[in-house]
Design a binder for this molecule. Structure first.
Ligand SMILES: [Zn+2]
Length: 66
């Protein structure tokens, strides 16, 4: 019997995005796999929506924080 350690387990790379609100232009850090709806702290516009995997991001991603 052979012991084989597989390194093929997928590891979802989660990160944070800095996203600009399309409504008021303020920026927020949003988790890439957000599990809840994220709203802009300033105007309340929806900035991210959960999809079960990677969240759908609304607005412009300014940069990625890994
Ligand atoms: Zn806003």
């Amino acid at each position: 019997m052979e012991l084989v350690w597989r390194k093929l387990i997928p590891q979802p790379r989660s990160k944070f995005y800095e996203v600009e609100c399309p409504e008021c232009g303020s920026t927020m850090s949003i988790f890439s796999h957000a599990a809840t709806i994220i709203r802009c702290e300033v105007c309340g516009k929806i900035m991210a929506e959960p999809t079960g995997g990677k969240a759908k991001i609304y607005g412009k991603i300014i940069r990625t924080l890994e």
